[in-house]
Design a protein around this ligand. Structure first.
Ligand code: IMP
Length: 424
């Protein structure tokens, strides 16, 4: 059955590991949104590889790895990732990218920085040009991956945009971009990617009709969704379930189950509300213990306890079937584990999350604690062998969001995963 694997918090839930664990039985792994702002860490033999743009299925030559039309593509980054994997001996022949995926151009990156400096609300973007590239898509002036294959068409479109944005960035005192600075590199990338560029909508639909198993790989997380996240502190795409359809051209019937990834605590990179955020020594302890530094930017992540109010909302808007709880081992040894059970807003208690800033600024987290466990869970592979307190923590989460916890990750290795049989 087809599967969507998506993040339910603010990204960095450990999707790379989860997808790597789950990807084995799929014929196709497809990314549907985001760009190289993502950072999915996977282990290939002894090599730790951080994929920013390529789907995690890339390590299996039998799996078609697809970048759908909803992903914004920096072709130079894409070529770099492919070359790196080839140097590790990975067969990248079964990789495909949509000819209708919008391109990220050098001025998008410049704009990302200029916009950020001039904004009232700083977002703390990854500065990869993601937002400006999606703006051009919505503004109906984007260039697409297919344009890389036609230098005249590429130049004709790029010249107009380049001039338009040069005027803008120069008004902010930044230097403009000349098309000659990147034209050759982009054409070369187009040449390299050539036979991998295709109409992925048709390709995916054919495979779907043939009954091939498809894994949809989400990037970022539900609370960073441009429509359903903590706007304006969001990314510019739809990591939530709707993005699957707009970002691949597959019909709703193609979506089988949805497994949502949630960390056993919470993190956030960049600005924006984070009701369960910790400060001071406790935050430092959790950040260090969890290795919470951005895979893409290296930035220290903000950390906090698990927020069940926010998680319940993410489960609701996506229709998530089961949870993949990650990094349980990080909580080893705590006497008790705090978590956010509800919010108090204007004196009233609520469990109904509202992503708007106005609501979240007023929301005071109501924190409860549950007994922790001693010793390490890293070597445990059966749910029943987990300390009772860990089992209670997991069951408590499951009850709060009203779906089962199907997988529990107790370490970064693929085998450090507990799978529970779900009662049907
Ligand atoms: P952008 O996607 O670079 O525009 O950044 C917008 C917001 O999303 C910022 O707060 C980023 O830190 C955050 N963000 C983007 N991609 C990721 C990700 O893969 N993991 C976690 N946060 C992300």
């Amino acid at each position: 059955m087809n599967l969507l694997v998506m993040g339910l918090q603010w990204g960095d839930e450990g999707k790379g590991k989860a997808i790597d664990y789950l990807a084995g039985n799929f014929d196709v792994v497809v990314r549907y949104q985001g760009g190289h702002n993502a950072g999915h860490t996977v282990y290939y033999g002894d090599h730790k590889v951080v994929l920013h743009l390529l789907p995690s299925g890339i390590f299996s030559p039998h799996t078609a790895s697809v970048i759908g039309n909803g992903v914004v593509v920096n072709p130079l980054q894409l070529v770099e990732e492919l070359l790196h994997l080839q140097s590790l001996g990975v067969d990248t022949g079964n990789f495909w990218v949509s000819h209708r995926a919008p391109l990220i151009l050098p001025f998008h990156q410049k704009l990302d920085i200029v916009f950020e400096q001039s904004r009232y609300h700083k977002i703390g973007t990854t500065r990869r040009g993601i937002g400006p590239a999606y703006e051009d898509l919505a503004g109906r002036r984007a260039l697409f991956v297919g344009d890389l294959l036609d230098p005249r068409r590429f130049r004709r479109k790029a010249v107009i945009l380049n001039e338009y944005y040069n005027r803008l960035v120069q008004a902010y005192g930044a230097e403009g971009t000349q098309i000659e600075e990147y034209m050759d590199a982009y054409m070369e990338a187009g040449g390299f990617l050539g036979s991998h560029i295709t109409d992925t909508t048709w390709m995916l639909n054919r495979r779907f009709r043939e009954g091939q198993a498809i894994l949809f790989e989400g990037a970022q997380g539900a609370l960073l969704d441009i429509h359903h996240g903590t706007y304006p502190f969001v990314t510019s795409s739809n990591p939530t379930v709707g993005g699957v359809f707009t970002g691949t051209g597959l019909p709703v019937q193609s979506l089988g189950r949805i497994t949502g990834i949630a960390k056993a605590y919470a993190t956030r990179v960049g600005e924006g509300p984070f009701p369960s955020e910790l400060e001071g020594p406790q935050a430092e302890w959790l950040r260090d213990r969890g290795g919470e530094f951005g895979a893409t930017t290296g930035r220290p992540r903000r950390v906090g306890w698990l927020d069940l109010v926010a998680l319940r909302y993410a489960v609701m808007i996506n229709g998530v079937d089961s949870l993949f709880l990650t990094k349980l081992d990080i909580l080893d040894g705590l006497t008790s584990i705090p978590f956010v059970e509800a919010y108090r807003v204007n004196g009233r208690e609520t469990r109904d999350f509202d992503p708007s800033i106005e609501f979240l600024e007023e929301a005071e987290p109501i924190v409860r604690e549950i007994p922790g466990w001693q010793g390490s869970v890293s070597e445990i592979r059966l749910f029943e062998e987990l300390p009772m307190e860990a089992q209670h923590y997991i069951e408590m989460i499951s009850e709060a969001v009203d779906i089962p916890v199907e997988f529990v990750s107790v370490g970064s290795g693929r085998d450090q995963t507990i799978k529970r049989e779900l009662k049907s």
